[in-house]
Design a protein around this ligand. Structure first.
Ligand code: HEC
Length: 147
């Protein structure tokens, strides 16, 4: 909240400072799932969900993408993972950062729903913030695999 107030005051200052250039505006809209993905996930998971050969497993066509894996998937997103992972006959050595302290429950739900709506996460079904909050509770005290 403080951050939002700070950003709003900053915007007002910018607007006041720019009275002779009224066309300058600052986009204050909250980030949606697509933006969060582009900003935080795309570098490894790819704009098309295909991952990086040898480093990051694909979402697209993954055998792990099934409804029964929801908790496990969310745990990976919240705590991160590292080391060698085998998927569909290929091995990947990479680091998945922990997002527990970087994204809110709503932001994680939004980004997971973006992945889902891009049809790479085919059978995940929709996520909502309360589901993320529940998994967050289950893993209180568990260490991050990475920071
Ligand atoms: C620095 C690279 C990197 C970034 C950035 C990254 N990931 Fe990952 N992600 C990985 C790797 C590597 C794995 C595989 C980890 C494993 O299972 O050992 C992974 C696994 C996952 C999985 C589990 C997939 C599976 O098949 O088990 C999900 C879901 C996921 N990431 C979502 C995200 C989301 C959402 C973001 C952005 C908020 C993100 N990742 C950002 C590298 C990254």
């Amino acid at each position: 909240m403080r951050r939002i107030l700070f950003l709003v005051s900053l915007q007002l200052l910018i607007l006041i400072g720019c009275t002779d250039s009224p066309e300058i505006t600052v986009d204050m809209s909250p980030l949606g799932g697509r933006d969060i993905y582009a900003l935080h996930c795309q570098v490894c998971h790819g704009a098309d969900g295909r991952g990086i050969s040898g480093n990051c497993p694909p979402f697209r066509g993954s055998s792990r993408i099934g409804a029964q894996e929801r908790e496990g998937l969310l745990e990976v997103v919240l705590l991160g993972r590292s080391g060698v992972v085998e998927r569909d006959g290929h091995s990947y050595l990479g680091i998945m950062p922990a997002w527990r302290n970087k994204l809110t429950d709503g932001q994680i739900a939004d980004v997971m729903n973006f992945i889902q709506s891009s049809s790479w996460g085919g059978e995940w079904g929709r996520f909502d913030a309360s589901e993320i909050a529940a998994v967050r509770q289950m893993i209180v005290g568990k260490p991050h695999f990475s920071e």
